[in-house]
Design a protein around this ligand. Structure first.
Ligand SMILES: O=C(CO)COP(=O)(O)O
Length: 246
C-alpha cells in the first residue's frame, strides 16, 4: 500500500506583515519536519521575504494566463520566481469574492501544472448544500470540472483540499467522521477517474483546524493533512498542528 506523505499548509489569506514573516522564518527554520511536507502560503507580496529552509512556500491564487495585460494578477511564472512551489486554487473565498467558476479553477490548476507549480485545489460545500443532503453531488461537480480539463496524469500531480465553507473561520469544524465521509467520497471519485489516483493523491482537510482537534482529523484514513487558516498565523499553533500530522 502506498504511503502518502502528510502535508500541512498554512493559508495566511490577506493577513501578515513583515515582522510576522520574520518571526515565522526564524521559528520554522529552527524546526525540522521529518517525513512530512510543511507549506506556508502568505500573500504574494510577502513570498520573497521568506527564507524557507525546512518548509516550502505556496501562493494563494494564480492567473490562468501568461504574463501580459492582466492588471492586479500574478502569473505562475512570477510566483515561481518569488519562491513558491505550490499554489492554492479555487479557495471558496476566491470563488465567492471573485466569482470564480469551477471551470476557471480548473484552468488555473492546468496553468499551474503547465508552468511548474503544484496546485492545491479546494472544494467544499455551503451549509445550505449540506442541509439539503447534496454534498457529494456538489463536490462531485467541482471535481468533474477538474477532470474535464486535466488528464489523469495531471490530476495525479495535484493536491485536493476539502474545505466545507460552513467550517471556515467559524470555529465550527467538521467532525472527524463528517470530514472522513467526504474525503472517502473524493478518493472514490478519483478512483473512478483512474485507480492509481485514489491511492496516491493527497487529500487535505481545511476548516477551523486547531491544535486541539488536528490529531483526530488527521488520524482518519483518507485525510492526509490539513489546510490551515487562522491557526497558521500563530507559530506555536501552526507547529503543533504540523506535529499532529506525523
Ligand atoms: O480556509 C481555510 C484554509 O484555506 C480554513 O480557515 P480556518 O482554519 O481559519 O477556518
Amino acid at each position: 500500500m502506498t504511503k502518502r506523505t502528510p502535508m500541512v499548509a498554512g493559508n495566511w489569506k490577506m493577513n501578515g506583515s513583515r515582522s510576522l514573516v520574520e518571526s515565522f522564518t526564524n521559528v520554522l527554520n529552527s524546526h525540522t519536519f521529518d517525513n512530512m511536507d510543511v507549506v506556508v502560503c502568505p500573500p504574494a507580496g510577502f513570498l520573497s521575504m521568506f527564507v524557507a529552509q525546512t518548509y516550502s512556500l505556496g501562493a494563494q491564487d494564480c492567473s490562468a494566463q501568461d504574463n501580459g495585460a492582466h492588471t492586479g494578477d500574478n502569473s505562475v511564472q512570477m510566483l515561481k520566481e518569488l519562491g513558491a512551489k505550490y499554489v492554492i486554487v479555487g479557495h471558496s473565498e476566491r470563488r465567492q469574492d471573485h466569482d470564480e467558476s469551477n471551470e476557471t479553477v480548473a484552468r488555473k490548476a492546468h496553468k499551474a501544472l503547465a508552468d511548474g507549480l503544484v496546485p492545491i485545489i479546494c472544494v467544499g460545500e455551503s451549509l445550505k448544500i449540506r442541509e439539503a443532503g447534496q454534498v457529494n453531488e456538489f463536490v462531485g461537480e467541482q471535481l468533474g470540472a477538474i477532470f474535464a480539463i486535466l488528464d489523469a496524469e495531471q490530476v495525479g500531480q495535484c493536491i485536493i483540499a476539502y474545505e466545507p465553507i460552513w467550517a471556515i473561520g467559524t470555529g465550527k469544524t467538521a467532525s472527524p467522521e463528517q470530514a472522513q465521509d467526504v474525503h472517502a467520497f473524493i478518493r472514490e471519485t478519483l478512483a473512478n477517474y483512474q485507480s492509481d489516483l485514489a491511492l496516491n493523491t493527497r487529500l487535505l482537510y481545511g476548516g477551523s483546524v486547531k491544535p486541539d482537534n488536528a490529531a483526530q482529523l488527521f488520524a482518519q484514513p483518507d485525510i492526509d493533512g490539513g489546510l490551515i487558516g487562522g491557526a497558521s498565523l500563530n507559530t506555536d499553533d501552526f507547529i503543533a498542528i504540523c506535529q499532529a500530522a506525523i
